[in-house]
Design a protein. Structure first.
Length: 255
């Protein structure tokens, strides 16, 4: 069964060429020439993946990506200018699964799309795993939720993807290349600076003291490990004591 891909591209000839290449590779393609058409297609057709060129006249491409992510949990491939790391990080944090710097060949586009769909398939299978608990953390892989001492900690899609990859190997070192290919794709396996940046982001949200991390541990030259810690001790429980007419005192005692 072919996968349905929504292609949002304002440039008509470029859109037609990309659609033709996708169809040649057995994808079913829906096309949209602007953001409003694209959002309507996402809402009505529920595509398996969305490819969007961020250069669109009537809506900021970053905003379009955020809206699509809110509407559908599908891979989003954003196409935009190169040479702007801050833009790339914003787009990825806004919900895109991959960022392709222009110019992009049709062959590369197809390869990136296939990689994104494979990652989603792996994540769907992995999310059937039980909740991971370590120390004060509770990582619900099915609900995409992280709690620390019972309080929900919001994460960006990229932060969650990295934490989930570590959680599936809790207590064991996850190699750099495994994390990069799982979270960002095979073409990023040598870009270890992405890992350093996002491990830093996660530590700020998870660790009590980022200078002495307890959860996200570095294995120098190899990878990172989510520590498998014993559950935090439960707070003292209040238990009733015998009535004053039986013991000479009344109230509650610490158990």
């Amino acid at each position: 069964m072919s996968r349905n891909v929504l292609l949002v591209e304002a440039d008509g000839p470029a859109r037609v060429a990309a659609a033709r290449e996708l169809e040649t590779n057995e994808f079913s393609v829906s096309q949209a020439s602007n953001a409003l058409e694209g959002l309507r297609e996402v809402y009505e057709q529920r595509p398996d993946a969305v490819i969007v060129n961020l250069a669109m006249p009537e809506m900021d491409g970053e905003e379009f990506t955020r809206i699509v992510r809110a509407l559908a949990d599908v891979p989003i491939l954003a196409i935009g200018p190169g040479g702007d790391p801050e833009l790339i990080v914003r787009v990825l944090d806004g919900g895109a699964d991959d960022y392709l710097e222009q110019p992009v060949s049709e062959i590369e586009l197809v390869g990136r799309l296939r990689a994104a769909l494979r990652r989603v398939a792996r994540q769907v299978a992995a999310e059937r795993a039980p909740t991971v608990r370590t120390g004060d953390l509770e990582i619900d892989l099915g609900e995409h939720t992280l709690r620390k001492r019972g309080e929900v900690i919001p994460l960006t899609p990229t932060e969650w993807g990295l934490l989930a990859a570590l959680a599936h190997r809790v207590g064991h070192v996850a190699p750099h290349r495994f994390l990069l290919s799982t979270v960002w794709g095979e073409e990023y396996v040598d870009d270890t600076h992405y890992l350093r940046i996002y491990i830093g982001y996660l530590r700020k949200k998870i660790e009590d003291d980022v200078s002495e991390p307890q959860y996200l541990l570095s294995q120098w030259g190899t990878g990172y490990r989510l520590a498998d810690l014993a559950p935090a001790s439960a707070p003292p429980m209040l238990v009733p004591v015998p009535r004053s007419d039986e013991t000479g005192s009344d109230g509650l005692a610490i158990g």
